[in-house]
Design a protein around this ligand. Structure first.
Ligand code: PRT
Ligand code: MG
Length: 215
């Protein structure tokens, strides 16, 4: 049995064509079913539906052989025990620093002020501000980071931005671009050896699809 860990929403949607290229068709959509284990047209392949941040954990411990996770999630997780053979170039966005419109971020940084930063991405944020020599207090949040500067919880946030409409709707502006984010294929290292003949064709089909899109 091959088990693939996916999260609902954008990753599931953008993974469907990759699965199709490997001849895998889910028998249900996770949005319409409450099932956490979803069968496929192939008897020996199943999908498990987990929180995006939990994908690396399921794969690390071998509860899933493969998974798809955002680079943001992998940077926070650390990647222990994981083989990351492929950038799938899906679920793309940017990790950015944003502040409330009118907040003088440049000025605060120049003055050497200690900034309060609210984020779900504490590892990436710590590294970013350390590399710039900016002193920060990190405030860990689990969602809706955009609210923090509006109610005085933080001076700035570190969050993912794709269209920019969430920032705009909350009177925030991006002031720094930390890095590009896309999703990666995550493989359990032991499974890759033990189930090589079953896993390699799936990895190859994903790779061929990604390569064909980049021409
Ligand atoms: O939503 P949930 O709390 O269950 O978990 P999650 O947010 O970790 O999962 P999900 O499914 O929302 O995101 C899965 C992965 O998609 C992330 O790990 C990223 O790698 C990737 N991704 C791509 C994004 C976005 N684009 C994105 N825009 N993840 C989140 N966002 C959020 C962002 O945090 C912000 O709140 O969307 C909002 C901004 O979007 P725009 O379009 O308004 O700029
Ligand atoms: Mg989300």
């Amino acid at each position: 049995m091959i088990t693939i860990a996916l999260s609902k929403g954008r990753i599931f949607e953008e993974t469907l064509p990759l699965l199709a290229a490997a001849g895998i068709v889910p028998s249900e959509a996770p949005e319409s079913s409450r099932k956490l284990i979803i069968g496929t047209n192939l008897e020996n392949v199943r999908l498990i539906i987990v929180r995006a941040t939990d994908v690396p954990t399921y794969v690390q411990y071998g509860a899933a052989d493969l998974g798809i996770a955002g680079k943001d999630v992998l940077l926070e997780h650390g990647g222990a025990g994981l083989y990351l053979p492929l950038d799938l170039d899906i679920a793309k966005c940017r990790l950015m620093v944003a502040v409330q419109n009118g907040f003088d971020y440049e000025g605060a940084v120049k003055q050497g002020a200690r900034l309060r930063i609210a984020t779900k991405y504490t590892e990436c944020a710590r590294e970013h501000f350390a590399s710039k020599g900016v002193h920060v207090d990190l405030i860990k949040l689990y969602g809706s980071m955009e609210l923090a500067p509006l109610v005085g919880l933080a001076d700035a946030i570190v969050d993912l931005v794709s269209t920019g409409s969430t920032l705009k709707a909350n009177n925030l502006v991006a002031v720094e671009d930390i890095r590009e984010i896309s999703s990666r294929l995550v493989v359990n290292q032991a499974a890759l050896k033990l189930k090589h003949s079953q896993l390699q064709p799936i990895i190859d089909a994903f790779a061929a699809t990604v390569a064909a899109r980049q021409v």
